[in-house]
Design a binder for this molecule. Structure first.
Ligand code: SF4
Length: 346
């Protein structure tokens, strides 16, 4: 006999940008299964804007920097949850899941434990056998106790963000009739970065075809975007577009080019044709249907679950071998296709 739907479900995922974005399909699926259940998303305060406007989300509770877990749990209890979907499964979320007072719980499993441990220790390479979004969805069905139609990877910029982005582009006196190609050449980890000279060559190619090229990035990534801008004439917006407004910026782009990073997920979540560049990490975790992916698939790759500071082999061929000609062809194909693509699974 199936249980009645809960009154309130907490969805826990504290980091990182890409992982939070990839939970979008879960939220849609949960709302489909339990249309009258209040869905409360729980994440770090800085990531709240990534899910706050998702139509399935009723409220978001953000963990403030320095906030004690006891105080945070009290705030969660105030929501009176009777179900918890733990999409993080680390010490903090495990403790909250067990102590917040909800009778119904489900947990996702990122990868088989031993395979993950061996990959972290550098003993073996880990290649995903399913999408992260599919494993998130398995946890939804476990919680609901029935098959549920999966939701897509989606993102929903709000009007305030759109207004701020329009004001920023007006400040740069951009020609609104010329289509924009966005590029995010940064990434937190060095081995996930296609070298700036390659991004610059692709930006010059796009500009020669009549596109405006705008570069996005966080303030720490400005050193990379500046190098690309100086070598290509692209416009550098690093540090000028907040995480909250990044979706509203990307949705203005005719196509987007990015490393394995949060902006790459955001672009696909908006259906913006995306060229993704992968080196030391595994693209098999994500759905690129309709988009473009460049991956050298070397003997040594993927060498990392998340990325590294330096190439352990010293040659960094996984990224250096993604040559300019292939990237130009891939971008050209995207530009010859539809301006918006159907949403992918995740
Ligand atoms: S070249 Fe191989 S070892 Fe070096 S960063 Fe890339 S995947 Fe890792």
């Amino acid at each position: 006999m199936s249980l009645p739907p809960p009154t309130c479900v907490l969805v826990l995922r504290f980091s990182a940008v890409g992982d939070v974005l990839l939970t979008a399909g879960v939220l849609t699926a949960l709302k489909r299964a339990w249309p009258n259940t209040r869905i409360v998303y729980v994440t770090k305060l800085g990531l709240v804007p990534l899910v706050a406007d998702h139509p399935a989300v009723d409220a978001v509770v953000g963990l403030a920097p320095g906030e004690s877990l006891g105080a945070f749990r009290a705030r969660l209890k105030h929501q009176a949850p009777d179900a918890v979907l733990d999409l993080h499964d680390k010490l903090r979320s495990q403790w909250l899941r067990l102590t917040v007072g909800a009778a119904r719980k489900a947990v996702w499993h990122k990868r088989p434990f031993w395979a993950g441990l061996c990959a972290r220790l550098g003993l073996s390479r880990y290649r995903a056998t399913s999408l992260i979004a599919e494993r998130y969805h398995d946890a939804v069905e476990q919680l609901v106790g029935a098959k549920v139609e999966p939701g897509p990877l989606s993102y929903h910029p709000n009007e305030a963000s759109r207004g701020r982005v329009a004001a920023l582009l007006a400040e740069f006196k951009l020609d609104s009739s010329t289509p924009v190609i966005g590029m995010a050449p940064g990434s937190m980890w060095e081995t996930k970065r296609w070298p700036p000279e390659h991004f610059a060559a692709l930006a010059r190619f796009a500009r020669a075809q009549g596109y405006q090229v705008l570069l996005s990035g966080s303030q720490p990534e400005a050193v990379v975007t500046r190098a690309v801008a100086e070598a290509s004439g692209a416009i550098d917006l690093a540090g000028r577009v907040s995480l909250a407004d990044l979706g509203a910026f990307i949705e203005r782009c005719r196509a987007f080019v990015a490393n394995d990073s949060g902006p790459m997920h955001l672009a696909r979540a908006l259906g913006v044709p995306t060229l993704a560049l992968f080196g030391s990490t595994d693209p098999g975790q994500f759905d690129f249907k309709g988009h473009a992916l460049l991956y050298a698939n070397l003997e040594c790759s993927p060498c990392s679950l998340y990325g590294r500071r330096t190439c352990p082999k010293g040659h960094f061929r996984c990224m250096r071998e993604l040559d300019d000609g292939r990237a130009q062809q891939a971008l050209q194909r995207l530009l010859e296709g539809p301006a918006r693509l159907p949403l992918v699974r995740g």
